[in-house]
Design a protein around this ligand. Sequence first.
Ligand SMILES: [Zn+2]
Length: 196
Amino acid sequence: MVKHPSPPFVRDVNKIRQTEMTNMTRVRPVVRRVILGSVIALGAIVGCERSVMSSRSEPTTRPVDPEIGRVEKSDADWKAQLPEESYNVLRHEATERPFHNAYWDNHEKGAYVCAGCGLELFSSENKFESGTGWPSFWQPVKANHVYVTKDADGSRDEVECPRCGGHLGHVFDDGPKPTGLRYCINSASLKFVKTK
Ligand SMILES: [Zn+2]
């Protein structure tokens, strides 16, 4: 697995930016600011990318939700249990490649459960086409079936599994109605269970 991919979309943005830089002498300052602003906004929408790998080996101090329960294992046990990509995403906050993952284009009806502990997280009923190349949902299956916290650098809202503490992805406020939220989730953190 590529742990720190540069998605094609982002590469294209960089290419655009380089082209702009070379054309700058021919562009009036106001126009230049508008173009650069658009490029920066575009970069922000891409969203799921993460540049720093970190470990979540620290035990959580959050109280246990009795309906959800808690699964705690050592890093070595998670590594032995999970496929490599799921381990890197869930336990070390890696981000998988957009458009090259299991569920971004999955349109089957069913449930998305945590690849680490099996807790039901999202439903196909709430999945939508975000265009980002990652599976995207406008709400979790139940409000307490995800835990949202700040990233280590405080810049984004990280989505975790409330039972095993696994990293799932991030949530942004540019999603569709009725919630206006976009849960941008790594396929490797999920397992799809098709409705029979
Ligand atoms: Zn879990």
